[in-house]
Ligand binder design. Structure first.
Ligand code: SF4
Length: 429
C-alpha cells in the first residue's frame, strides 16, 4: 500500500493540491481530503471504462481507429476540434495543431461558460489575484451568480470563507460574505448577507453599485434591490481591507453576458481608488483555464479559432462549436475530453450525429454513443501526468497515481498518432 501526497484533483477549477491517494497494486483504495465529487472520480475511475476502440460500433485495433479518424479529418473541408477543458495542456496543444493542419476550427468549452468573461476582459482588462492571497487577506468575499457548494465544493474551506489567513487569523469570523443571485442557494445560507437580484438585472445593479462607490447616492430600488442595501454594500466594499468578487455562470450567461463582466470590472476598478479589490471567475472544468491559455499562447486567441485561411482568426459566435453545429457547417468533428451531445442544444447535438464524429474519452457518454469512431484514453491527473491551470491562472502539475486501465494511451499520444496520419494523408493527396 502506498500513499501519494500533494496530488492535484483533476475535476473542478479549484485544482485542490492536497489530496492523499492510497494505492494498492494498480488500484486506488482511498482519496483523503477529496470532496465527494473528487472521491467519486478517483475511486470510480476504473468503472464502466470503454475497453476497445470502435469504428461504427465495431471493435477494432487502435491503429484502425486512428486511420478512420485521420481519413475523416484529412478529407473534411470544415472540420472542428472541440472540448479540451478536461485534459492536460500538452494534449490541448495537440488539438490546436490538429486544427491547424486540417484547416479547421478549434474551440473549447469556455465558449458555453466563461466565454463572455474572456470577451469582457479582452476589452477592459482585469484586476487579478491568487487564491492564496484571497485566503490570506480577503475580509470581504462576494459570490455573484455562483454556488460553490454545488460546483466547487472545497472552495469555501480552502480559499474563501473559513480558512485562517495570515491577515485574517480569525478565519470565518474575520470575513464578511455576501451572496448575490436570483434565488437562494446553499451559498446564501453560508453568507452573512443575501442580495436577491431580479432575473436579468445584474447589469443595472452593478452600474448602481459603481455609481454609489463613486459617491452618488442611490435613491431608488434597482433590479429589485432596495436603495439603502445598495448604498450600504458600496460603503462596505470601500471600507474592506481586501475584497473579492467570485462570479459564475449566473453572471456570464444571463442577460447582458459580457457586458455584465465589463461593468463588474469597472466596479472593481473604481473600488481600487479606495482599497484593494479583485475579481475571479469560478472556472468549472479543471483545465478550461488551461485550454484558454494554451490556445492563446499558440494562436493568439483563447477559443473559437479558425485556421481555414492557414492562419488563426478569432470570432466567437461564428467559430464557436455550438453555433457552427447549429448552422450545420462542420463536415467532421473530433471531440476531446468533453460531452457536447449531453450539454449542447438539440439542433447542435443532432448535427454531430450526421457527420463523421471522432471521440476520445474514458467512459460511454451521449457523445460516444453518436460517434463513428470512439477511442478510449487514459485519465489525465490519475493515469497520466500533465499540467493544468487553476481558476486564478496558476499552473499546477497533475500526478499519475496508477497505470492506465487496460493499457490505453493518453489523449496526447492518440492525438500524436492521428496528427501523424493526417499529415501523411495530406501529403499523399
Ligand atoms: S473542490 Fe474541486 S478540485 Fe477540490 S477536491 Fe473538490 S472537485 Fe476536486
Amino acid at each position: 500500500m502506498a500513499v501519494i501526497t500533494d496530488v492535484v484533483c483533476p475535476f473542478c477549477g479549484c485544482l485542490c493540491d492536497d489530496l492523499e491517494i492510497t494505492v494498492e497494486g494498480n488500484e486506488i483504495k482511498g482519496a483523503k481530503n477529496a470532496c465527494a465529487i473528487s472521491r467519486s472520480k478517483f475511486m470510480s475511475h476504473g468503472e464502466n471504462r470503454i475497453r476497445t476502440p470502435t469504428v461504427k460500433g465495431k471493435e477494432v485495433s487502435l491503429e484502425k481507429a486512428v486511420e478512420a479518424a485521420a481519413k475523416a479529418l484529412a478529407s473534411a473541408k470544415r472540420p472542428i476540434v472541440y472540448g479540451l477543458s478536461s485534459t492536460e495542456c500538452d494534449a490541448i496543444a495537440r488539438c490546436v495543431e490538429l486544427a491547424e493542419i486540417t484547416g479547421g476550427v478549434v474551440d473549447n468549452t469556455a465558449s458555453v461558460c466563461h466565454g463572455p468573461t474572456i470577451l469582457a476582459l479582452q476589452q477592459v482588462g482585469e484586476s487579478k489575484t491568487s487564491l492564496g492571497e484571497v485566503k490570506n487577506r480577503a475580509d470581504l468575499v462576494i459570490f455573484w451568480g455562483s454556488n460553490p457548494p454545488a460546483a466547487h465544493i472545497r472552495h469555501f474551506v480552502r480559499y474563501s470563507v473559513t480558512p485562517r489567513g495570515l491577515y485574517v487569523p480569525e478565519g470565518r469570523k474575520g470575513r464578511y460574505v455576501v451572496h448575490v443571485d436570483v434565488r437562494e442557494t446553499p451559498t446564501s445560507r453560508v453568507a452573512d448577507q443575501f442580495i436577491k437580484v431580479d432575473h436579468g438585472g445584474d447589469f443595472e445593479l452593478l452600474l448602481a453599485l459603481r455609481a454609489a462607490v463613486r459617491g452618488a447616492k442611490i435613491t431608488e430600488d434597482i433590479s429589485g434591490v432596495p436603495a439603502e442595501e445598495i448604498n450600504a454594500l458600496a460603503k462596505r466594499m470601500k471600507e474592506a481591507k481586501m475584497g473579492i468578487v467570485f462570479f459564475g455562470l449566473g453572471l456570464t450567461q444571463s442577460d447582458g453576458r459580457h457586458m455584465n463582466i465589463d461593468v463588474a470590472v469597472g466596479l472593481v476598478a473604481e473600488l481600487n481608488h479606495h482599497t484593494k479589490f479583485v475579481l475571479t471567475p469560478m472556472r468549472g472544468h479543471y483545465n478550461v483555464a488551461g485550454a484558454n491559455t494554451v490556445t492563446t499562447w499558440q494562436t493568439g486567441y483563447p477559443y473559437a479559432v479558425d485556421f481555414a485561411r492557414g492562419y488563426p482568426r478569432y470570432n466567437p459566435g461564428e467559430y464557436t462549436a455550438v453555433d457552427m453545429l447549429a448552422k450545420g457547417e462542420p463536415d467532421a468533428a473530433i471531440i476531446v475530453a468533453s460531452d457536447p451531445a449531453a450539454t449542447f442544444p438539440a439542433n447542435s447535438a443532432k448535427h454531430l450525429a450526421r457527420i463523421p464524429t471522432i471521440t476520445l474519452d474514458q467512459k460511454v457518454t451521449p457523445t460516444t454513443m453518436l460517434s463513428d469512431v470512439v477511442i478510449p484514453v487514459a485519465t489525465a491527473g490519475i493515469e497520466v501526468e500533465g499540467t493544468a491551470y487553476r481558476m486564478d491562472g496558476f499552473s499546477l502539475r497533475l500526478s499519475k497515481v496508477v497505470e492506465p486501465h487496460g493499457g490505453v494511451k493518453s489523449d496526447r499520444e492518440v492525438l500524436d498518432m492521428i496528427i501523424e496520419r493526417v499529415k501523411a494523408l495530406k501529403e499523399d493527396a
